[in-house]
Ligand binder design. Sequence first.
Ligand SMILES: *[C@@H]1O[C@H](CO)[C@@H](O)[C@H](O)[C@H]1NC(C)=O
Ligand SMILES: *[C@@H]1O[C@H](CO)[C@@H](O)[C@H](O)[C@H]1NC(C)=O
Length: 369
Amino acid sequence: MLAALSLLALAVGPAAAFIECNVLDYGAVADNTTDLGPALTKAWNSCVIPQVTTTVATDVLLYVPAGNFLLKSNVVFDDAKNWNLHIAGNIYLPYIPTLTGTMLTFENCQNILLNGPGAIFGNGYRYRPGGDLTLNPSRPRLIRFQNCNNCEITSVTLYDSPQFHVTIIGNDNVAHDMSIIASHIGETDGYDISGNNNYVHDVTVENGDECVTVKTPTNGFVAERITCRFTAGCNIGSFGAADTTVNVQNVVYLRRDRVQLGCRDHDQVVGIVKNITYNSFTLSAAAYPIYISAFWAGSGVDTGKLTISDVTFNNIVGTGTPTRPAVLLDCNKATPCENIKFNGVSLSNTKANTFTNACGSGVSGIPAC
Ligand SMILES: *[C@@H]1O[C@H](CO)[C@@H](O)[C@H](O)[C@H]1NC(C)=O
Ligand SMILES: *[C@@H]1O[C@H](CO)[C@@H](O)[C@H](O)[C@H]1NC(C)=O
């Protein structure tokens, strides 16, 4: 009995201390004037780094308490591991024409939790007066996980970034239960994600560009229960400039509401897009309801170097737009789109479908493979 008890005591050990590194102790002032950036960096260096002793991210908080904070410089957390950026307050971006880069970057990171309930207000509209995207072309982005694994972003609300909102590059990361609310204008992407086995669920995006988008390279990605308002949809690609090597495989989009979905590629890219599934979407006046293009941008040259196959659309219902087809497949001649399958696609208020260099099943007019 005694022996058993002492074993138990050893196993339990000392309780892990919960440590809070409050930015107010490192120079931050909730006056919406003092720059929060240096305080974040100082609290991280002086308080977070020395005190991380476990792999439980929530054991050490870099804490932004309730209140209004101005963030006017970029912050980079390089080699960040096993801690929690907990934003309870409101963070505002000022309009500074020279402000550029990404406001909060985690680089080479592992097991970071970024959570709310606070918010970041990007004031993007000030960088684009009258919708002018050319006035401040290098305007800032909000959040980037660069070369990061096992990270999580949740319950923080992002408003109107001057440019893209969340970029995630790495493996096994999750974004969930949060909203992005931005202007209905281009270059305001919600989530741009590449890497393996990333997961996005229960998010809402309102903007005028990508909603939840997969970039190359990706092997394994799931998005489910996502709501996209006014966005350009859930795309794969575009894949950018000539000679980009593309490899996107094993992607699933499950249940999404509103606007279009797509799978867009750039001509002159080289590579493979394979095993993609879109399930249970409700579209509302979607501009391009189902659209696969090997020629999204660029010269329209048919190089045949991009292979797209095994794409399945299940239960896609709602309305499109009278000037465009419900299903538009526009593929390379040398490497046609193969095995494009449709089940339960019912879209009204659209033009007739068009299929170019594509084969599959499930909608009338598509040639069998
Ligand atoms: C904080 O400052 C920003 C940028 O100047 C401004 O847009 C915002 O309205 C301010 N917030 C409050 C609560 O005053
Ligand atoms: C297709 O992708 C899904 C999602 O990643 C995966 O579960 C499935 O095994 C893949 N199928 C094939 C044939 O690779």
